[in-house]
Design a protein around this ligand. Structure first.
Ligand SMILES: Nc1ncnc2c1ncn2[C@@H]1O[C@H](COP(=O)(O)OP(=O)(O)OP(=O)(O)O)[C@@H](O)[C@H]1O
Ligand SMILES: [Mg+2]
Length: 257
């Protein structure tokens, strides 16, 4: 069984010199992404992020790419000033969230990319001992929905699929970032995560008004497209509790921040 712990190989990590770091090109909740002098990037984690978690993200990203997903290429884990970082390819282009806000992709294109990514990911067979279980269900969707068929479908899930974690290059190719929450779980949970992230993106202050006014329709369209593409019973989504409605912004009870 593959362990998600520091192997002997990983306990002796190369140390990256601060002088090798270029400007910051991205930022998330768990990390900052910097350009490197050699053209690649370093995803530098917060000090609190343990090697076990970073190694798991690294392994899952690699496995997803090897299995055919458009995951970014990761090369090595390094230490940097008391923190851990994943070094890998610098993806050309911009996030779908930025492209959508700037009008460089349409809402329809963004939704298609999101749903195609989700369907591809759900079809991956990543070894269970490598991927493990994704986010606990209660944290993802709150109380179970009315229709038990919705909970029955399990698959490999990204766990944090959003337009911020999808990049588009000049040729229109998509790359999927940020596999730190991936693992096996109910397909419905992953659809919900993506749907909630979409809502967050569309209602952000930096989102132009033209998108904000159509946001409820875009959110609903995502729900429909994702259900159809993933083979979830589309009729049952009308039975979902109000907390799931694309029109409400309330978090389901029991959902931690
Ligand atoms: N390989 C890359 N090439 C170019 N830009 C990148 C790359 N990886 C990340 N970025 C940029 O950095 C941002 C943050 O990266 P990422 O999502 O991996 O970090 P995170 O801390 O895990 O984010 P989250 O808040 O979603 O958990 C991305 O939205 C993207 O803009
Ligand atoms: Mg991210």
């Amino acid at each position: 069984m593959i362990q998600h712990v520091a192997t002997n190989e990983r306990t002796v990590l190369r140390t990256l010199a601060v002088t090798e770091l270029g400007p910051r090109i991205g930022r998330g909740l768990r990390s900052e992404v910097h350009a490197l002098c050699d053209g690649r990037v370093a995803k530098i984690f917060r000090r609190s992020r343990k090697l076990r978690r970073v190694a798991r993200e690294f392994d899952v990203t690699r496995a997803a790419r090897a299995a055919g997903a458009a995951a970014w290429r990761v090369d090595e884990i390094v230490r940097l000033d008391g923190r851990l970082a994943i070094i890998g390819e610098r993806v050309a282009g911009e996030t779908y969230a930025d492209a959508l806000r700037a009008g460089r992709v349409s809402a329809r294109q963004a939704l298609e990319a999101l749903v195609v990514a989700q369907r591809t990911i759900a079809g991956l067979s990543i070894p269970m001992e490598l991927a493990g279980i994704g986010r606990p269900l209660s944290r993802t969707i709150g109380p179970s929905p009315v229709d038990p068929r919705l909970m029955a479908r399990r698959a490999f899930s990204h766990g944090d699929l959003s337009l911020e974690n999808l990049m588009i290059d000049a040729a229109g190719r998509t790359t999927i970032l940020d596999w730190g929450s991936a693992g096996y779980g109910p397909l419905l949970a992953d659809v919900t995560v993506a749907n909630r992230a979409l809502r967050r993106t569309l209602f952000q202050r930096s989102t132009p008004l033209r998108l904000r006014v159509t946001a409820p329709a875009i959110i609903l369209a995502h729900r429909c497209l994702a259900f159809r593409a993933l083979g979830l019973p589309i009729t049952s989504f009308v039975l979902l509790s109000p907390a799931w409605s694309p029109l409400t912004r309330r978090r389901p009870a029991g959902l931690s921040a």
